[in-house]
Design a protein around this ligand. Structure first.
Ligand SMILES: Cc1cc2nc3c(=O)[nH]c(=O)nc-3n(C[C@H](O)[C@H](O)[C@H](O)COP(=O)(O)OP(=O)(O)OC[C@H]3O[C@@H](n4cnc5c(N)ncnc54)[C@H](O)[C@@H]3O)c2cc1C
Length: 441
């Protein structure tokens, strides 16, 4: 039997990046008998799904909620996902930074005096219609335009926009297609037990069991040539060859690796994608001053608060609370780090007064890359597909590829890329050189 080792230079497929996309694709290509090498720049695997420790607990860097349709994709790979869904008892918080803020429980919107009867009816009709409306055709319209046309009341629009921010992780209603936003609004979500690191662990185990080889601390510096053999050069000068290369890194850094570069007209499609960022405050608390307040979102400001430990398990100390506070940053704008942190703290003062006295450990992450691309309105699907026709043998996967959003886009595109690679491998008869399956070293 033939052994694959991290020193071997020729592979059927090389995957750049060991995030969820790279690990899922590696499991698939390795299971199909392709000699698969995964190259990861970092020491830890998982990319944006890694859950670094906070107070000794693996905590997602920024709030993570996986959609049930993304869970379905993982289950199809044989991955079990456990966790809890947030309760719908949301507090809406109105007001601007520096002003006095006001809390409005969901039931008050429907039953209290905050909205008129006609406004309440607008909201009820919208919530029903948003689940039923035919989405085809809505990819050309922004969600801002769609709401302006369907919701006459500005404050009901603001309530709905806060729900759309929550569902899409993005504060760019003019730049997001109504189809993408409403699709996302229909999704149910789960906070995963043990954080997303548990997903990374399962996908990694599966890829290795199928025979993929994973090499960490292996930053790719160049992707050279094209079919029948691409050449991968690492930062340290090591060279690998493969008939198929799948990149799961972001569009802009990926373009920089290509040698020769893609023609300008083709490259601009990837280069013009607009990334989405968030400022995140993660906290481990001894206890919460207001334990019943588990979930709040800003109406006039793009703020988020949730107690993830209220419905899922992260540590052996269930009495400790895991809190995520977040600000969705407008795409393209530099964050004002000090102001964002103060703003989130003031928001937390409103939801959990006296919270500072109960903090065990905290972490502020001013500019987290949530997604490489906003789903923009466009007549043709503006987000690219996984097969790079201009460079045979080259594929891409990630949250900027295909018609889905966030991690679902990463998982779907990884699966599609793996399927295309397996099909191409079969048709070009690039069989493993001695017919053996790769085995882990
Ligand atoms: C704060 C925050 C909140 C989020 N919340 C949600 C949510 O609730 N729901 C949801 O669905 N999604 C959410 N996301 C998005 C989700 O985390 C990502 O879509 C998903 O993890 C992307 O996985 P990926 O494998 O495509 O990319 P990545 O995880 O980015 O993996 C790419 C990998 O490539 C590696 N790499 C980069 N360059 C090189 C190189 N030159 N050579 C070798 N390796 C390289 C990186 O180190 C990384 O490991 C959130 C993201 C953030 C940051």
């Amino acid at each position: 039997m033939h052994m694959t080792t991290t020193q071997q230079s020729h592979w059927d497929v090389i995957i750049i990046g060991a995030g969820l996309a790279g690990l899922l694709a590696a499991g698939r290509t390795a299971k199909a008998g392709l000699r698969t090498l995964v190259l990861e720049r970092a020491t830890q695997l998982g990319g944006r799904a890694a859950s670094p420790q906070l107070h000794g607990i693996p905590v997602n860097p920024g709030a993570r909620a996986i959609s049930t349709s993304a869970i379905g994709l993982l289950q199809e790979e044989g991955i079990e996902v456990t966790g809890g869904s947030p309760k719908p008892s949301v507090q809406f918080v109105t007001g601007m930074p520096g002003e006095s803020l006001q809390q409005l429980p969901l039931m008050q919107v429907f039953l209290g005096k905050w909205a008129t009867w006609s406004e309440k009816m607008q909201l009820v009709r919208f919530l029903i219609r948003s689940r039923q409306v035919e989405l085809t055709g809505l990819q050309t319209v922004s969600i801002e335009r769609y709401l302006a046309d369907t919701l006459p009341s500005p404050r009901i629009r603001r309530i709905v926009l806060s729900l759309i921010r929550l569902a899409t992780y993005c504060d760019a209603p003019a730049q997001m297609s109504a189809k993408a936003a409403l699709t996302q609004l229909r999704e149910k979500v789960v906070y995963v037990n043990g954080g997303w690191a548990s997903l990374v662990k399962s996908l990694k185990q599966q890829a290795i069991a199928a025979g993929a080889v994973i090499r960490n601390e292996s930053a790719v510096a160049k992707i050279q040539g094209e079919a029948p053999e691409l050449r991968i050069v690492l930062k340290d000068g090591t060279v690998f060859y493969a008939a198929n290369v799948l990149s799961t890194i972001g569009p802009k850094p990926w373009l920089k690796l290509l040698d020769p570069p893609l023609a300008e007209g083709v490259a601009s499609r990837y280069d013009n994608l607009v990334p989405v960022y968030a400022a995140c405050l993660d906290l481990i608390m001894k206890r919460l001053p207001k334990p019943n307040k588990t979930f709040a979102i800003g109406v006039d400001q793009p703020w988020y608060f949730a107690n993830h430990s209220a419905v899922s398990t992260f540590s052996e100390h269930p009495e400790q609370e895991i809190i995520h506070v977040m600000k969705y940053l407008p795409p393209g704008l530099s964050p004002s780090i000090g102001d964002d942190q103060q703003e989130l703290e003031a928001f937390l003062d409103e939801i959990q007064p006296g919270w500072q006295d109960h903090v065990l450990e905290r972490r502020f992450l001013p500019r987290m890359l949530v997604s490489h691309a906003v789903s923009e309105p466009s007549p043709d699907d503006r987000k690219p597909g996984p097969v790079i026709t201009a460079r045979p043998g080259l594929y891409v996967a990630g949250d900027w590829v295909g018609e889905n959003m966030l991690v679902k886009a990463s998982l779907v595109s990884a699966r599609e890329a793996a399927t295309a690679i397996i099909a191409r491998h079969g048709s070009t008869n690039h069989k493993t050189r001695n017919g053996d399956r790769a085995i882990p070293c």
